[in-house]
Design a binder for this molecule. Structure first.
Ligand SMILES: *Cc1c(COP(=O)(O)O)cnc(C)c1O
Length: 434
């Protein structure tokens, strides 16, 4: 299958090229040239199938033309070594818990899949070691580092701003060792991002070492997120509740919801989607006005959604042929302030004994407010509340138990390499590492 760029100024790419490049040369995002629909029998039997079985069938529709079935199957099964349970919160509102992976957030699915797919391409082509550079303000670094841990032929450098990520987040990518190196930059997140960008543009560096990004716009990170939409539906079917299904996605860069829109295109009977924003409501304003006006992000309680220019907006538009009307027919939106997030998080915990995280809270509230009679609602709970313990505990006025997976990270020893924020030092460091 070939992949075209949303900017349509670059030639179509193979899957391998799209994965290794990430962004198309014309700075557009890659889209598969066809979205295959899945047969009715699959939808009929889904309720009896496991997460891995369902995902393999979806993966074949995306990637089956480009690799042997048993290799793809291994990648899918090895990626999904954890469950994504659908839990009823109250009435016809369900939470799809995407936080049972190694770093307790949904990005584990895409990061693990991409690492394995990239690893496969490196072995197949006998390529030299590939170096993944990733700048993080917290969560992306942990998902990528853990996703790529122990994958042969790949070395990951995580760049993070010194003193600006929480201890829990920091431990998730500084305690791993092996093929993961944490670079503690004396600067801001923007400095880290600038270092990565400069590295990709530096001719000497690119000649001497193979560099790639594990950015969330990569097709290998974003498409596998479709898997759990199918599995959510399967779990509703099993409970005989798969009627007029509405799915609500707490959104930042809009990769997660775009994968859901792909699932719908493949025939998954989802009636409509809701995109939940925090105060960074660029998409919500687009839905209301038809105008897309990116603006600088503001910090909120749901910080993984603090995005001022959602990178996957281009994919959403492309999927709907640029029609605002067509987008609005499938997606509605909502946006919440920190005050509303606090209020809803506390309220759901008190009344329904379900502890949300700040991101899932936006999803829950948009769903609870938007669901109509006869509809069944699923919101994506994108991270475990304990990941944001310093914010969640004061809201509910209680201690939050830290799951074993997080505890284990906390016990590890931090190893990082301190670096100043200028490119000269960073470049010298990378060159001397080889
Ligand atoms: C990344 C992230 C989001 C936003 O997902 P997008 O795909 O960028 O829309 C929401 N919640 C959490 C916890 C995240 O880490």
């Amino acid at each position: 299958m070939l992949y075209y760029s949303t900017n349509k100024q670059s030639p179509a790419a193979t899957l391998e090229e799209a994965v290794v490049r990430g962004l198309a040369p014309d700075k557009g995002l890659y889209m598969p040239e066809r979205i295959k629909t899945l047969p009715p029998a699959f939808y009929h039997n889904m309720g009896e199938m496991s997460f891995q079985e369902i995902s393999f069938i979806v993966a074949e529709a995306f990637f089956g033309e480009d690799m042997e079935a048993d290799i793809l199957k291994n990648i899918v099964y090895d990626t999904l070594r954890f469950d994504v349970p659908l839990v009823r919160v109250h009435d016809s509102i369900y939470s799809l818990e995407l936080f049972h992976g190694p770093t307790l957030a949904f990005k584990d699915v895409g990061a693990r899949f991409m690492a394995r797919l990239l690893g496969y391409f490196i072995r197949k082509e006998g390529r030299r070691e590939v170096n993944v550079l990733v700048a993080t303000s917290g969560d992306t670094g942990s998902a990528v580092a853990n996703g790529f841990l122990d994958v042969e032929g790949i070395h990951v450098y995580v760049l993070y701003p010194k003193g600006k990520v929480s201890e829990i987040q920091e431990k998730q990518f500084t305690t791993l060792g092996k093929n993961i190196t944490a670079l503690e930059i004396d600067g801001t997140f923007d400095d880290c991002q600038a270092l990565v960008k400069n590295a990709f543009m530096d001719e000497e560096l690119n000649r001497k070492m193979a560099l790639t990004s594990a950015n969330s716009i990569n097709v290998a990170r974003f498409l596998p997120q479709a898997f759990y939409y199918f599995y959510a539906y399967a779990q509703l079917e099993k409970q005989d509740a798969a009627r007029e299904v509405v799915i609500c996605v707490p959104s930042g860069n809009f990769g997660n919801i775009t994968a859901g829109l792909f699932a719908k295109r493949m025939g998954l009977p989802v009636k409509r989607f809701i995109a939940a924003n925090n105060r960074n409501d660029i998409f919500y304003q687009y839905l209301r006005t038809g105008e897309y006006s990116p603006r600088p992000s503001v910090p909120t309680l749901a910080n993984a959604m603090d995005v001022g220019a959602p990178s996957n907006f281009a994919r959403v538009l492309d999927l709907y042929g640029g029609s605002h009307e067509a987008v609005c027919a499938d997606i509605s939106g909502a946006a919440y302030t920190d005050e509303q997030i606090r209020e809803t998080l506390a309220d759901v915990y008190r009344r329904h004994h379900y502890l949300l995280d700040p991101h899932g809270t936006c999803g829950y509230r948009a769903l609870a407010e938007g669901l109509q009679a006869g509809e069944t609602g699923v919101f994506l709970e994108t991270a475990h509340p304990a990941k944001f313990i310093d914010r969640v505990e004061p809201i509910i006025g209680e201690r939050v138990a830290i799951p074993d997976t997080l505890q284990r990270f906390m016990q590890g020893t931090k190893q990082s390499i301190p670096l100043p924020s200028d490119f000269v030092h960073f470049k010298r460091y990378l060159l001397n590492r080889r």
